[in-house]
Design a protein around this ligand. Structure first.
Ligand code: GLU
Length: 446
């Protein structure tokens, strides 16, 4: 049997990093098993669904490298099909029109806080003239509904605990429960992998499968992601939209690798490429307890991908001005060792293209003493062959001769050339900038 998974986001906001992990697990499970991965946009909440959120789902999925099979399904467009199934259930005696008015229901709830509402219309009756009913499931009153969940195991709920859920509203629109089940069934979904905030819905959804005589998919509810402090993940912890991570300079490969390890493991492996993940992924090594989001960890994974990325590809991401290829090529091996994100990398490379205003530490380094060393070093540099080893020897000779400690000379030079004091070795910087530019910058600070 072909494995068919799906990702079913509601386009009511940005594609959250936690949802991206859910998508990743579903995508990997399909790809690992030669199955299909389908995308369904659950846009039935017409007030909260927006086009920018729909666009963000598509673009974030593409950016993360999660391709889906076939066209994405738009759930709202299937409303007639959902209604059709509800009416089919009525015809089969599995559901019934309920004419309880909103006022009657509110009065019941006010009087019976936690009790299940049992509609008198379950037993039939003569409909009030002109009233538009909702359609409710005629749920079993006895027995139990059992979920065999891949992560949570076997969990059962007494049917007496569940009321007759509404399937179709009086305006003929489906409820979430009905739409999800009909769509998963029609799309042939074999494995539903989703966040465990949907776990309790599964019992209700199984009642719909049973009523229709449909075979239910396998369920796998993955624990939520918590913040580093153990509280529910929020913006404060870095629970941003996928697009935000792109803006912050994260690589999609790093995000996927990090998200994969957040709730799934393969021995002690931390760095797992997408190809490797497709080979290894299964549902057996999912953690049953919530994972904690750790921004520092994500950064260190990102730093790894920056360091190991093809340098030409990395250079292209810097979007540098024309004619600067040589400078980038000679400095990138040094800069990429120090950057956690592409934004940091770009910031650290800015000095290659133009002399930067000195930051606070650089200003301190460019004291009168610092400038004095630059002045004394200048003619020696001008007379030196412009190669890393020669420049290093020249600077060392000056340090020995002047009796100054290395930083006392190196810092002001670095500050003049880069505007910061935290940059690669000065002789490497000099080679990257070239003789004319180096001398010009040193003179400029004097
Ligand atoms: N649309 C639901 C959500 O975004 C997911 C429904 C499901 O996976 O069954 O939370």
């Amino acid at each position: 049997m072909t494995i068919i998974t799906r990702f079913a986001p509601s386009p009511t906001g940005y594609l959250h990093i936690g949802s991206a992990r859910t998508a990743l697990f579903s995508w990997l499970y399909a790809r690992a098993n030669g199955g299909k991965f389908l995308l369904r946009v659950e846009d039935t909440d017409r007030e909260r669904s927006t086009q920018p959120a729909i666009d963000a789902i598509f673009s974030s999925m593409k950016w993360l490298g999660m391709d889906w099979d076939g066209e994405a399904i738009m759930q709202f467009a299937r409303a007639n099909r959902h209604a059709e199934v509800a009416h089919q259930m009525v015809a089969a005696g599995k559901a019934y029109p309920c004419y309880t008015s909103a006022e009657e229901l509110a009065a019941f709830r006010a009087a019976n806080q936690h009790a299940k509402y049992r509609s008198p219309w379950r037993e039939g009756g003569t409909p009030p003239a002109g009233a538009k009913p909702v359609i409710r499931l005629k749920a079993p009153l006895t027995g139990e509904t059992i979920v065999e969940d891949k992560v949570k195991g076997r969990v059962s709920v007494q049917n007496a605990e569940m009321d007759d859920m509404v399937l179709l509203r009086s305006d003929n629109t489906p409820t979430y429960m009905l739409a999800v089940v009909v769509d998963d069934h029609d799309m042939g979904v074999t494995d539903v992998i989703r966040g465990d905030d949907h776990f309790t819905n599964t019992f209700r959804q199984l009642q719909i499968y049973d009523a229709m005589g449909w075979i239910a998919p396998n369920f796998c509810h993955i624990p939520m992601i918590l913040g580093a402090d153990g509280a529910k993940l929020s913006k404060r912890h870095g629970a941003l939209g996928v697009g935000e991570y792109e803006k912050m300079g994260f690589l999609p490969e790093a995000i996927c690798n990090y998200l994969l390890r957040l709730g799934w493991s393969h021995g002690d492996d931390e760095v797992i490429s997408q190809q490797q993940a497709i080979e290894w992924f299964n549902l057996d090594h999912l953690s049953a307890s919530p994972a904690r989001f750790d921004m520092d960890k994500l950064k260190s994974v990102n730093a790894h991908y920056i360091r190991t990325m093809d340098e030409k590809k990395l250079a292209a991401m810097l979007n540098f001005p024309a004619g600067m290829e040589n400078r980038v090529q000679s400095m990138l091996p040094h800069l990429k060792e120090r950057a956690d994100t592409l934004v940091e990398l770009a910031a650290s490379a800015a000095f290659l293209f133009a002399q930067q205003n000195p930051d606070e530490k650089a200003l301190t380094a460019l004291s009168e003493i610092g400038k004095g060393h630059i002045k004394a070093l200048l003619p020696k540099l001008e007379a030196t062959n412009w190669a890393a080893a020669d420049l290093e020897t020249c600077i060392k000779a000056y340090i020995t001769e002047s009796g100054a400690k290395f930083p006392v000379v190196g810092m002001p030079v670095r500050a003049a050339l880069t505007g910061t004091t935290n940059a690669p070795a000065v002789h490497e910087i000099m080679v990257a900038l070239g003789k004319t530019e180096t001398i010009a910058r040193l003179k400029a600070v004097l």
